[in-house]
Design a protein around this ligand. Structure first.
Ligand code: NAD
Length: 332
């Protein structure tokens, strides 16, 4: 039954406390299976006022056309490549990402995988448990301290990664064409701004933190990978397509690269038979760098708060407005 409360559709997983906080003020249809059931999603959106998604729901012009009342889209994450921003703008739909809320989770993933891959000693548990003792083979790992981390893309996550890397004694070479040489963030994070090529040549670890746009597609391709030291490791938590997976697999298999960690892929889920299969010193994770207990909570709370503000803006419901201003139940 339709009430006069506004309706929010949540088509992917959202922290349950954040969902509950929205339920106090709105009709909420929270169903993570909607992302895989386009017809049910369309039906649910027909009379909805807001949509909340992660990175799998494709918010296209066609989807918005079937959701004429939707004026607010919440994104439980940062990248907006699954949202047709032009179509949103044309229809007066405002988009609210969870900027910054999962940066710590991603930055810790980068440090953890850097240490694992440089050391190269942590992926032999099965062999050791079976009675093998590959001590000689695992005795030549590298320490991170004194090495250089190239941070490609010096936005929110890149800057946090730089701070953490400095904290474990690494030098940081940053590259970002949008960040001027005299920007305060270089000094604040302890990083040195460099050209792209110089950063790659200096790197023991290369980590990319750029959006996926035409100019960043295959930013790390065969030519760039060939500039790296043979022991260098590559980490991609940004978006699939930024690192050329075939060129990376080839460099790893030919021993021209020390290791890699990939959390994101050109095609997700990664298909069986990818050239990455069988490459040495490679960590593959299913797009979880930004997901932790704490970040899920922060992301959910932030997006719930932003969507709630947007929906209640201009409304004169005194209860909602008072709670929103005080923000006790939403903004923790
Ligand atoms: P941000 O917008 O704060 O920073 C991106 C930076 O990239 C900007 O400073 C921009 O100037 C820079 N940039 C753009 N083009 C560049 C280029 N060609 N070379 C170098 N720098 C360039 O974004 P953020 O919050 O730091 O997020 C970075 C990436 O991480 C995004 O792609 C986001 O989708 C992704 N991400 C992934 C996860 C995950 O779970 N794997 C979680 C959060 C964010």
């Amino acid at each position: 039954m339709k009430t006069d409360r506004k309706k929010i559709v949540i088509s992917e997983f959202m922290d349950t406390q954040a969902v509950d906080s929205l339920k106090r003020h709105f009709d909420v249809c929270a169903d993570p299976s909607l992302v895989d059931e386009p017809e049910r999603l369309r039906d649910a959106l027909a009379d909805a006022d807001a949509l909340i998604v992660r990175n799998r729901t494709q918010v296209t012009a066609a989807l918005l056309d079937g959701a004429p009342r939707v004026k607010v889209v919440g994104r439980l994450g940062v990248g907006l490549d699954n949202i047709a921003l032009g179509a949103c703008k044309d229809r007066g739909v405002r988009v609210f990402p969870a900027t910054g809320a999962n940066a710590r989770a991603v930055a810790e993933y980068v440090i953890a995988t850097s240490l694992m891959l440089l050391r190269g000693a942590y992926l032999s548990s099965a062999a050791v448990a079976q009675g093998q003792w590959p001590r000689a083979a695992l005795s030549n790992g590298r320490e991170a301290a004194g090495g250089t981390m190239a941070v490609i893309g010096f936005g929110g996550i890149g800057q946090l990664v730089a701070q953490l890397a400095c904290g474990i004694g690494m030098r940081v070479a940053g590259y970002d064409p949008q960040v001027p040489a005299d920007a305060a963030c270089w000094q604040e994070t302890g990083a040195q701004g460099m050209s792209f090529d110089d950063a790659l040549r200096a790197a023991d670890v290369v980590t990319v933190h750029v959006p996926l746009v035409e100019s960043t597609r295959n930013l790390l391709g065969a030519a760039q990978l060939a500039m790296l030291k043979p022991h260098a490791v590559v980490i991609n938590t940004s978006r699939g397509g930024v690192v050329d997976e075939s060129a990376l697999a080839c460099a790893l298999k030919q021993g021209r690269l020390g290791g890699a960690a990939l959390d994101v892929f050109a095609d997700e889920p990664l298909k069986a038979g990818s050239p990455l299969a069988g490459a040495p010193n490679l960590i593959l994770t299913p797009h979880i760098a930004g997901l932790t207990v704490q970040s899920n909570e922060r992301v959910g709370t932030l997006v719930a708060s932003r969507v709630m503000h947007a929906l209640l803006e201009g409304e004169h419901d005194s209860t909602n407005t008072r709670e929103l201003r005080h923000g006790t139940d939403i903004i923790r």
